[in-house]
Design a protein around this ligand. Structure first.
Ligand SMILES: Cc1cc2nc3c(=O)[nH]c(=O)nc-3n(C[C@H](O)[C@H](O)[C@H](O)COP(=O)(O)OP(=O)(O)OC[C@H]3O[C@@H](n4cnc5c(N)ncnc54)[C@H](O)[C@@H]3O)c2cc1C
Length: 403
């Protein structure tokens, strides 16, 4: 990817696959990042009649580090916006049970409703929904900056070495854990000793010899972190991990640590040590605020905690829905030339906290228990009692949300 060597011009073509240039008109809302948060926000805003541009640096369809489990909360949020049939349409697999393993114990929990679907399929389908609603989607396009500009922000974009700029009245930043847009305006606090995320995709047929049932999700917990394995609709299996980084950390430590956690938990997948892993930055993080003039953070950029119960996509969808009224109000201000009102950001924070605050707190607690193998083993011991097991499942997977 080339750095712009001169100030970006106003020229380019949003449908620039053919490389021809033309003037870019501004838009009401620019959405940066086409993960679940960005794609759903773009869809909902386009449905309300706004001009919406959705940008993603990656070419779609793309995979990403994820356990690929749609938590019941995520499913009910999709349902709420009329996309409840999407996981089935994509061939998503119902997961009837999760098996939690530690080196000394193993327990299987029946699950109420959990579906796995690959991120390449899910995120592509959500962006198609956004486009069908009227949003314009440009993949392979990196947003390099989004500086405050009269009546909104001016984005600097880059695609295949071509640079241009475009005005947007409001910018939604949904560029994920590794995203850095507006990092200079909104610093992020990372929780000390936060684990790192890592993931790889393997051929699911390799799981046969490792003792993994057809509809099963397995979570293996050990001293150095935990690893989840889930079968996907396309014959692959996602292997996603939250790992403590050893010091020193030699090259290839991720695969070695993940494989050793699995082996200690009785799952022998030695090829994972040599698989191609993709890592993420520290998982548990919180930005100092969720809005800056004419911009809001959504999805993982609005805060994240370790993902044992696989709720990140549900939270991302929640943030996309919660930010909508704030965007509409900001547009009213921008259209009549009024100044940015910080109250919009505060209202968004309060609303998002109401939707996901309790779940994030509960996941944080769960992460704290899982850091201590003895506590995890004790919890699994207690879960031999059906009442305790049911309470744990309700705590982790069973709660119904107000979308
Ligand atoms: C190990 C692990 C396991 C997980 N397992 C689960 C699970 O089982 N279930 C679950 O619900 N969640 C899970 N999650 C969390 C989930 O993956 C995230 O919460 C979710 O993807 C967040 O969506 P998002 O829309 O915020 O961003 P993302 O899905 O991360 O998308 C961000 C997008 O922004 C794009 N981008 C970045 N920078 C730019 C830029 N400058 N310009 C343009 N585009 C840009 C990227 O290319 C990317 O496509 C897991 C996470 C990890 C790390």
């Amino acid at each position: 990817m080339t750095e712009p060597t001169s100030p970006p011009t106003e020229r380019s073509n949003p449908d620039a696959r053919d490389g021809t240039g033309c003037e870019v008109a501004g838009c009401d809302v620019a959405v940066v990042g086409a993960g679940p948060a960005g794609a759903l926000a773009a869809r909902e805003l386009a449905r309300s009649g706004l001009s919406v541009m959705l940008f993603d640096a990656a070419r779609f369809p793309r995979d990403k580090v994820c356990g690929c489990c749609l938590h019941p909360d995520a499913l009910s949020r999709l349902n709420h916006v009329g996309l409840g049939e999407l996981p089935d349409r994509l061939g998503g697999r119902r997961v009837a049970q999760v098996e939690v393993r530690t080196p000394g114990a193993r327990r299987t929990f029946a699950l109420p409703s959990l579906v796995t679907v690959s991120r390449s399929a899910l995120d592509a389908a959500l962006t198609e929904e956004a486009v069908a609603a009227g949003a314009r989607f440009l993949d392979g396009t990196r947003v390099r900056a989004a500086a405050v500009h009269p009546g909104g922000r001016r984005l600097q974009l880059e695609r295949d070495g071509m640079c241009w700029s475009q005005h947007a009245r409001v910018v939604l930043v949904g560029d994920g854990l590794a995203g850095g847009l507006l990092a200079d305006e909104i610093p992020v606090r990372t929780v000390r000793h936060s684990r790192l995320g890592a993931g790889t995709l393997i051929d699911a047929s390799r799981l046969a010899g490792a003792g993994l049932g057809e509809a099963q999700l397995v979570m293996a917990c050990g001293a150095g972190g935990y690893v989840g394995i889930a079968r996907l609709e396309d014959g692959r299996a996602s292997v996603a991990a939250a790992l403590a980084r050893p010091e020193p950390h030699p090259a290839g430590w991720v695969g070695v640590r993940a494989a050793s956690i699995l082996v200690a938990a009785g799952l022998d997948l030695p090829e994972l040590a040599g698989a191609r892993w993709t890592g993420t930055p520290a998982l548990t993080r919180r930005p100092t605020r969720l809005a800056a003039p004419w911009a809001f953070l959504i999805g993982d950029r609005s805060g994240y905690v370790e993902p044992f119960t696989g709720e990140g996509m549900g939270w991302a969808l929640a943030s996309a829905l919660e930010v909508l009224p704030a965007v509409q109000e900001a547009l009213l201000l921008a259209r009549c030339g009024a100044a940015w009102n910080p109250r919009l950001g505060r209202n968004y924070v309060r609303g998002l906290r109401r939707r996901v605050g309790a779940r994030r707190f509960a996941c944080g607690l769960m992460g704290a228990v899982l850091r201590r193998p003895r506590w995890t083993a004790a919890l699994l011991g207690l879960a031999a009692r059906p009442r305790v097991a049911r309470a744990l499942v309700r705590h982790g997977y069973g709660r119904r949300v107000t979308p």
